[in-house]
Design a protein around this ligand. Structure first.
Ligand code: EPU
Length: 433
């Protein structure tokens, strides 16, 4: 397929209604969880995005039967034919490593190629590997992870060095069928993980969230089929909220969930963006003036790292000096360079410019940003490097003077369903050639 070129002409306020799709970072993990039973698992509200495509292709390759009608996907993994994920699935996204637990449970062994995903830092999987070793797996890695647990995995007490989303999910997926009880301390508690736990409980798992970021999972003999609705995507919701605010628009974001977005909504309020929480969504309007702010990304319930890129985009239009301290990834401001070419004033710093020092103190990583605004933006030619940065560029182009030419839209389509259609329905001037 020849690369598509996108033209976006800025200057139109976004107006109307948009419905957010199911969350990528819940749906993909829940599809993996469906391998833990030989009975059918049906998920609804599954987004039609690149990362779901890749995950389904991987499940089929392993031998699962997949049926899909719109957002309804049934995975029936009655018989799996291989425990080895081939190279073809390597470096596409972060999902394959999560297959370790289910494949060890089904086969007592697993072979997983190296990982892909956005280039936003080193993104190692040492916590995953250490935790599964503690549960009795032998894991070697030489470009390919080769794991075995011939006598099955056993429960263990695992304290994660950092509340990693992927490591928490991996241990959870491995623990539901392990012998005995697994305790994950200092675990991630993101809404997408709670959603995964809800599916697993629906499949027969015994799983609870205790105080102090602790998951307790009592292994069971087997799991059964279930039906589950994937939670709405709070990253997509926040991205549209920023697009509405910064274009001076008025958008009702259907299905946006207040309880999963508290820290984002607080940040919107601090910079002066009016919003109303409604029964089935959140309405966001463009303010007369945006105020600068300081914020720090953090694990849930903090301000999530995936909201950082659209929010920095918003801050380029705020009056005064804003500071954003990224504490989850060491290298997630790569997109600032293209925004600077469009006229934004963003300086990156290696120091922790937040209220507390983070893991990247003295690590020589540019993980704090100082944004001086407001700066008018002008159209540019942009090649999208990754998913979340990609949406920020789209928002930048929506307010820039002139027509921006954008390539690499497939990175955005990995994670946002029908993104161009949704933007057009809100009045954005978007053309694809
Ligand atoms: N980390 C380690 N060792 C590990 C695992 C993680 O050092 O074994 C570090 C990472 O390098 C990173 C931090 O811990 O600095 C957090 O990583 P985490 O494991 O929480 O992230 P992830 O599971 O790889 C998921 C989402 C990301 C999202 C993060 C943080 C998926 C598929 N990806 O990644 O989403 O930013 O959690 O919330 O769920 C995206 O959707 O665009 C995206 C990047």
């Amino acid at each position: 397929m020849s690369p598509r070129h996108l033209s976006i002409t800025g200057g139109t306020p976004l107006k109307g209604e948009v419905r957010v799709s199911g969350a990528k970072n819940a749906a993909t993990k829940e599809l993996v969880a469906s391998l833990l039973t030989s009975e059918p698992v049906t998920l609804t509200n599954v987004p039609n995005i690149g990362d779901v495509e890749v995950t389904l292709a991987m499940l089929k390759h392993l031998g699962a039967k997949v049926t899909r009608t719109g957002g309804r996907v049934t995975v029936h993994a009655s018989k799996l034919k291989t425990f080895a994920v081939t190279e073809a699935f390597s470096r596409k996204n972060r999902i394959p490593i999560l297959l370790l637990g289910p494949l060890l449970a089904r086969f007592g062994k697993a072979k997983i190629p190296a990982l892909g995903g956005c280039k936003i830092g080193a993104r190692p999987v040492d916590f995953h590997v250490e935790a599964l070793r503690k549960m009795g797996a032998t894991i070697d890695c030489n470009g390919v992870y080769v794991a075995s647990a011939p006598d099955g995995l056993k429960g263990a007490v695992i304290e994660l060095p950092f509340p990693s989303v992927g490591a928490t999910e991996n241990v959870m997926l491995a623990a539901v069928l392990a012998k005995g009880t697994t305790v994950i301390q200092n675990a991630a508690v993101e809404p997408e993980i709670v959603d995964l736990a809800k599916l697993l409980q629906g499949m027969g798992a015994i799983i609870s969230l205790d105080v102090n970021r602790t998951w307790v999972i009592e292994g069971v003999e087997s799991l059964h089929g279930a039906k589950h609705r994937v939670i709405p995507d709070r990253i997509e919701a926040a991205s549209f909220a920023v697009a509405a605010a910064v274009t001076g628009g008025d958008v009702t974001i259907k299905d946006a969930q207040q309880e999963d977005m508290l820290s984002f909504l607080n940040a919107l309020r601090r910079v002066g963006v009016p919003f109303d929480v409604q029964e089935d969504g959140i309405r966001v309007r463009g303010p007369a003036r945006l105020d600068a702010t300081t914020l720090e990304t953090d694990v849930h319930p903090g301000f999530m790292t995936d909201w950082q890129q659209p929010f920095v985009m918003l801050l380029t239009q705020a009056e005064g000096v804003s500071i954003v301290h990224e504490t989850v990834y060491e290298n997630r401001f790569g997109y600032a360079e293209a925004l600077a070419r469009m006229g934004a004033n963003i300086q990156l710093h290696k120091e922790c410019l937040g209220s507390k020092a983070c893991r990247y103190k003295n690590k020589n990583q540019r993980h704090s940003a100082v944004i001086v605004g407001p700066t008018p933006l002008v159209a540019a030619n942009i090649d999208i490097p990754d998913l979340r940065a990609g949406f920020s560029y789209l928002i930048a182009a929506l307010i820039a003077q002139g027509t921006s030419k954008i390539t690499g839209i497939e990175h955005v389509e990995r994670g946002y369903e029908n993104i161009l259609g949704k933007l057009r329905r809100l009045g954005a001037k978007v053309k694809v050639t």
